[in-house]
Ligand binder design. Sequence first.
Ligand code: EPU
Length: 413
Amino acid sequence: MANFIVKGGKFLEGEIEIGGSKNAALPAMAASLLFKNNPEFRNLPKIEDIFRMGELLKKLRETKEIDFEVAKKIRASILLVGPALARFGKITFPHPGGCVIGARPIDAFLDGWKAMGAAVKEIPPDSSKSINSIPFYELSAPSGLKGRDYTFRVPSVTGTEGLMMTAVLASGSTILRNAAMEPEIAHLAYFLNKNGADIKGAGTHTINIEGSGGALLEGKYPFSAPPDRIEAGSFLILGALLAKELLIKNFAAEELTALTGALKEAGAEFNFDKNFISVKRSPALKAVNVKTKEYPGFATDLQAPFCVLATQAKGASMIHETIFEGRLSYIEYLNKMGAKITLCDPYRAIVNGPTPLRAWTLERPDIRAGLAFILAALLAEGESKIGNIYQIDRGYEAIDSRLRSIGAAIKRI
Ligand code: EPU
């Protein structure tokens, strides 16, 4: 299994370009099941989750079945279920896998499909029919899916994308209320509308969809993945910590206002210009409290990188994770590196800074904690080792060579 070896303590300098968004590309790829022909995809990031989605789609087209082994690896496999149900009338799938950051239930999806007329059978993990002790689900809609007025109990991002895609092929109108507002949902609706779907309000809490009654879309207009806002935010944090001068190209500033607001408050120095941003290391960072929230609030996917920044800021920063209940487990490693972070409960941590960090062997990250480990290792004196980097490769394209190009000492072994 590959590891990263990172030698810290070097300043970074140069230009880095933001790649295509993972979380915009994954639902758009799943949406290809709604099309007569395969639409063209541009600017897809070359990352493990996108490769897995490609494998899942290939098998699904050939066999009308979801590959359980692959689906177990990525949460985004759930995005295939709605389009597959709408197209084939039935589908079986395992409880989706992915990052271990909390319980990650799928009740919002199941309730939505039931409301639209699907029969849902859950096969529990201990049943003789279950595979490898994971629950799986059998969905069928023999008399088709009908548009409904549905309110999400929690505004789930992939839940909103999943039901929106299902509603595109259902008959009649669907209203999704308390929908998530993340930009990836608006990007998906834009792509579908360009190809004949009728979706209004994506990017707001209420989405209206006129279903086609089963008529498939024509793939005339390509999907081009927008820049990844989480990668962009992570590189901005990196620059505020370690850059002599870093130019970040394709920076979608309007999608990152909660982060840039928090960084300004912390005293970080950066300047926007059209679609790029330049950032310099700020020697006198101040403590700032952040609370993760649904978009346009502070993104949970930027919480771990921001916590690394807080270790270098003067004073006590409260990091409050409100979306996932298991997303602070990386903190024990930052403390081993010399950070002074008190975990108050599974949701809140107080970071006392600034503290110098020392090199360490870092293990078991999720995608975003993995990037935070790279930031911490680049700050630390000495040579750190980061294990299980498959998790990092799931979300960031060639992160090692791109960071080397701006002067980081990071190698894959
Ligand atoms: N939730 C439920 N029931 C459901 C679905 C969600 O209770 O049926 C809860 C979750 O447990 C959580 C909250 O709702 O507490 C929000 O979860 P959401 O469903 O919005 O998360 P997701 O759709 O599974 C996406 C991203 C995540 C990102 C979250 C939050 C994709 C493929 N994944 O996950 O990205 O953290 O939204 O913004 O878009 C990542 O890229 O590393 C990643 C984890």
